[in-house]
Design a protein around this ligand. Structure first.
Ligand SMILES: C[S@@+](CC[C@H](N)C(=O)[O-])C[C@H]1O[C@@H](n2cnc3c(N)ncnc32)[C@H](O)[C@@H]1O
Length: 323
């Protein structure tokens, strides 16, 4: 089976093309060892089921079990929910979203990494089509209480239950975490919401053109190399770390970590000497599979400004950056 990751899939992804036909989309976030994902695929032969997971071990297990179960309407994707929702899915394109037992280490200090939080929930709501369903299950009462509050304060969703949550949901297949909770006598809390017509505008985040800066500088690559120090920067909600610089024959390679609200990338910028003396080009290197996001452009701008600032006679020749 082809291994799929949100870093390599087109932004947005044409799911009908990927699956070979147009059908309603069902999404499971954090499918773990995949019992529920496979159940969704079996129960919904007329839908396409997409699973998101960040744990490589879980992905490997599910990638094996899908062909063993002869299922052709389900694909697992290596991706965080945040990256997939913002970059892969267009607004109002998903019929159901399922989240089972997220964030088992739920504590206040982890709140920024929590799946059920305002920005991520808004992205889910925007990706659901009118009448689409959002299902959540948890065995942590504090998580249930926090989610109940968050969901109740979401204008784009209506509760389909008469209570904030239910303690049983008949006909559900039991997931690994659910089984453990039930065996240990812990109650589970199930939520079922429906997308209404209240609008929410969160456009899909497409890729920008590649950043590119050409400039002149009297400094040599070795002088620029000697001036480099690792540094950290904040540009809006994006954190950029310039980690290290490597010297090639006619290039410097800058290793950079960029953490944006919807994606983390570990990438490299290449500073290359041009044929004309004292002329340089700064570009995104091909290391890994870099995607040209706003954060990548912000990092290129910071690095370009730093390189130009190293000598008063440096001059921009041309600059292609998303401002
Ligand atoms: C406690 S496990 C539950 C697994 C499964 N749903 C079950 O009920 O047995 C939570 C899963 O969510 C995954 N996960 C955590 N954060 C995620 C995110 N932001 N995007 C996608 N998956 C995530 C974890 O790797 C883990 O497999």
């Amino acid at each position: 089976m082809q291994k799929l990751t949100s870093i390599r899939l087109p932004w947005p992804t044409n799911w009908a093309e990927l699956f070979g036909s147009e059908r309603p989309l069902i999404l499971e976030i954090g499918f773990g060892y995949g019992a529920f994902l496979l159940h969704l695929a079996r129960q919904n032969p007329d839908a396409h089921v997409i699973g998101l997971e960040i744990a490589a071990e879980c992905l490997r297990a599910v990638e094996k079990s899908i062909p063993r179960n002869r299922l052709t309407n389900v694909i697992p994707i290596h991706s965080t929910a945040e990256t997939a929702l913002h970059h892969l899915f267009t607004p109002a394109s998903v019929d159901q979203i399922h989240i089972n037992f997220p964030d088992p280490w739920f504590k206040k200090r982890h709140s920024h990494r929590r799946l059920m939080q305002r920005d991520t929930l808004n992205a889910m709501v925007s990706r659901l089509q009118l009448g689409g369903r959002l299902y959540l299950a948890t065995d942590i009462i504090e998580y249930a209480e926090m989610s109940a509050e968050l969901l109740a304060e979401t204008p784009g969703l209506d509760n389909t239950l008469s209570t904030p949550w239910a303690n049983t949901l008949p006909g559900r297949v039991v997931t690994k975490y659910e089984g453990k909770a039930l065996r240990e006598g812990r109650p589970c809390y199930y939520f079922a919401y429906q997308r209404n017509q209240v609008p929410i505008h969160i456009p899909v985040q497409e890729e920008f053109d590649m950043p590119h800066i050409a400039f002149t500088s009297p400094l040599s690559l070795d002088e620029m190399l000697a001036a480099f120090e690792s540094s950290e920067h904040k540009a809006g909600e994006t954190h950029i770390s310039f980690l290290y610089v490597y010297r090639g024959k006619n290039v410097l390679l800058f290793e950079v970590y960029i953490k944006e609200p919807t994606i983390d990338q570990h990438i490299a910028f290449v500073l290359a000497k041009r044929e004309t003396p004292n002329e340089y080009t700064l570009k995104l290197g091909n290391l890994g599979y870099p995607r040209s996001t706003r954060g990548v452009h912000q990092a290129a701008a910071i690095l370009g400004d730093w390189l130009l600032g190293l000598h008063p006679e440096s001059r921009i020749l041309n600059r292609s950056l998303k401002e």
